[in-house]
Ligand binder design. Structure first.
Ligand code: PRX
Length: 648
């Protein structure tokens, strides 16, 4: 861990200074009601709340009680009918060089047309809809149209396969699914509609499918179920926004956890809207004329909060990009920044590390002088990547806003706050909590640890962006997040607080991996491997990876009758097709036995320790020690294979 202080050439009039940060922060903790009352005026409300926070049903927190609003109105109408009508809401670009600029007025028209089409299909407030789209304008349009009529949407990442779609749609009971014929990635067309057709074979709730024509490839349209987007969305229809209660659900987003099935995290309207809009201001302090590029995928929370809701609520112009950052050439990202004169770039450590590997000549070849602020999210950023980002991309001028947060927190939680005041940055630290966030690090004895000591990170107080629940998951909500220390929220992460009060996030303390910044449960991957049908037992863990942060390693025991030379290849293919490439392990090792407890639980801890060449720790509960030798043998075979392939 480096503790290097950086010079702060950006510490200009843009930065109000750390003194102001402390006064705002203290006010938020000491007088939260007053603080959150004024924070809420970032939104327009149909009617004001009776009270700020209702804790009666702890740990379910309800914000802005009886307040009525519509987030689509806040994100679109008030700009489209005002001074920002001709301002670009999105500059959409893709890897093939296509470009589309959509103004706030244009967004308004598109959202209204789709909202009308949804109403005509019988979708009403409270109904669930699923969105499985590439990164095209119709993706935010679909989310906003749903928010407008009060339908609860779930966005499914377009890299997921048929099983992953079916699992999510079946859990939330969506009636409508919005997809496209296909999407573009690395020069290939991803056949989204074809995947949807396969997923629908095991889904019973979906009555209609809306299909955006994007790539133009041939697809199968089912009469009476499938509708072309362009045929059912007509200009000129306006739909009155639904008056939503602050605590009505806005969306459900599935995320991995410590069990096999992903959890459907539910966010509400009022608290969520207040939180995402304020946190974007606090952390990045965007200006009216800025071009903001949150280079995440809308399928994850980062895209929901900081490509769709927060920047639109603030009336900003966003770059929306479909494709890979290093395709068609390794300087694709720098080209876009230079051409569109991006002011703020917000991306992931994995993207930074991957682009860094291509060499400095790529960013140097482009004019990146428009950049004023840089951001990162999703996983801890190693100091070397931080320095490269700071020096080579930001030209040692731009502060790096390392935002720590989660799907469950709705928006940023610990992050430098340029809009309020920042002190010296330290590479690898997310620095200080944002207003309202009250972090504490707890040790094994259940007490707060001392300075510089590692422990589990909790938040002592609720904040408006906190999820409002888990779909069909009351027990999980209580036990996973609030079951450890009183009413404290458990983040699932390890952290350290240093002598300056800065937080250093050290990775997950549970069975969750961060692979290229994507959140993946080890048990979810084990389930995927087992559902191939040819595997009897599987143990999965993450190992450090220089670019991806972590990579997935698995050890498997094949079913006796399934042993064959092609077994591993067919497992990979099965997982890729059914769940998506994200879930495919980088390494699959075959063994005859896995270390298990006498009660039959696979001991991932031991497999991982042996794999990493560490002492496996307590092995007294092992069913048979022979399993440890099995793993050693498999690793030996694997290493010899690598040496052989490298030498050939
Ligand atoms: O482990 C932390 C890591 O990502 C987890 C949350 O993942 P997800 O819900 O997918 O949300 C990602 C985007 C917000 C956290 O529990 N994480 C996120 N941001 C950081 C981070 N770890 C270190 N530093 C960060 N800035």
């Amino acid at each position: 861990m480096t503790d290097k202080m950086n010079p702060l050439p950006f510490n200009t009039s843009m930065n109000p200074g750390i003194g102001r940060y402390h006064s705002v922060y203290n006010e938020s903790i000491e007088n939260p009601e007053k603080f959150y009352d004024s924070a809420a005026w970032i939104l327009d409300w149909y009617s004001r709340w009776d009270s700020i926070l209702d804790k009666r049903d702890e740990p379910y927190y309800r914000w802005y009680i009886n307040g009525k609003l519509n987030l689509c109105y806040n994100a679109v109408d008030r700009h489209a009918n005002g001074g920002r009508r001709n301002k670009a809401a999105y500059i959409w670009v893709n890897e093939n060089g296509a470009e589309k600029i959509v103004t706030y007025r244009g967004l308004y028209k598109r959202v209204n047309a789709l909202a009308r089409a949804m109403l005509e299909m019988g979708i009403r407030k409270g109904d669930r809809i699923a969105i499985y789209l590439p990164m095209i304008i119709e993706e935010p349009v679909a989310m906003l149209a749903a928010a407008r009529i009060g339908a609860v949407f779930t966005v499914i990442f377009s890299g997921f396969g048929k099983e992953a779609i079916a699992e999510r749609v079946n859990d939330c009971g969506a009636k409508l699914l919005i997809t496209a014929d296909g999407g573009y990635r690395r020069g290939k067309v991803i056949p989204l509609k074809e995947t949807v057709d396969m997923a629908l074979e095991t889904i019973s709730t979906v009555e209609s499918v809306i299909v955006v024509k994007h790539t133009g490839q041939n697809i199968n349209m089912v009469e009476g179920r499938d509708y072309w987007y362009h045929e059912i969305t007509n200009d000129g229809h306006e739909v009155e926004p639904e008056r939503m209660d602050s605590n009505d659900p806005l969306f459900i987003l599935y995320t991995s956890g410590t069990t096999g099935k992903p959890k459907g995290i539910i966010h509400g309207n009022g608290g969520y809207g207040v939180w995402v809009a304020n946190t974007l201001r606090w952390a990045f302090n965007p200006l009216e004329t800025d071009r903001w590029w949150c280079a995440a995928d809308i399928g994850w929370i980062t895209g929901h909060s900081y490509i769709v809701f927060a920047p639109l609520i603030l009336g900003l112009t966003s770059v929306l990009y479909e494709g890979s950052f290093d395709y068609p050439s390794p300087d694709q990202m720098w080209k876009i920044i230079s051409y569109y004169e991006v002011d703020i770039l917000y991306t992931s450590p994995t993207a930074i590390r991957a682009l860094m590997k291509y060499g400095d000549e790529h960013p140097i070849a482009h004019n990146l002088s428009s950049l004023r602020v840089l951001g990162t999210v999703g996983e801890p950023i190693n100091p070397a990547a931080w320095q490269w980002y700071y020096e080579k991309i930001g030209n040692s001028r731009c502060p790096i806003i390392d935002t720590y947060w989660q799907t469950e927190t709705g928006g940023f939680a610990i992050s430098p706050a340029l809009g309020i005041g920042i002190g010296p940055l330290k590479p690898g630290s997310a620095t200080l909590p944002l207003p309202g966030i009250d972090p504490v690090i707890i040790g094994q004895d259940g007490k707060e640890v001392g300075e510089g000591e590692k422990g589990l990170l909790f938040f002592r107080k609720p904040w408006p962006g906190l999820m409002i629940g888990i779909n069909k998951g009351d027990e999980k909500y209580r036990s996973l997040y609030f079951g450890k220390i009183g009413s404290y929220y458990f983040t699932g992460d390890y952290a350290i607080k240093d002598k300056d009060g800065y937080f250093w996030l050290l990775g997950r303390a549970d069975e969750v991996l961060k692979v290229s910044g994507h959140r993946i449960g080890t048990i979810e991957v084990e389930d995927a491997i087992l559902s191939s049908g040819i595997v009897a037992e599987a143990g999965v863990f993450g190992k450090p990876h220089p670019v991806k942060g972590e990579s997935i390693v698995s050890f498997i025991v094949l079913k006796q009758e399934s042993a064959s030379d092609s077994a591993v290849d067919s497992i990979r293919k099965f997982i890729r097709d059914s769940y998506g490439p994200l879930f495919v392990p980088d390494e699959i090792h075959q063994v005859n036995l896995l270390p298990k407890t006498r009660s039959g639980k696979i001991m991932r801890r031991i497999i991982k320790a042996v794999y990493l060449g560490q002492i496996p720790g307590d092995v007294t509960t092992l069913e048979t020690e022979a399993s440890v030798d099995e793993i050693r043998d498999a690793i030996d075979r694997f290493r010899k294979e690598i040496i052989r392939t490298a030498g050939s």
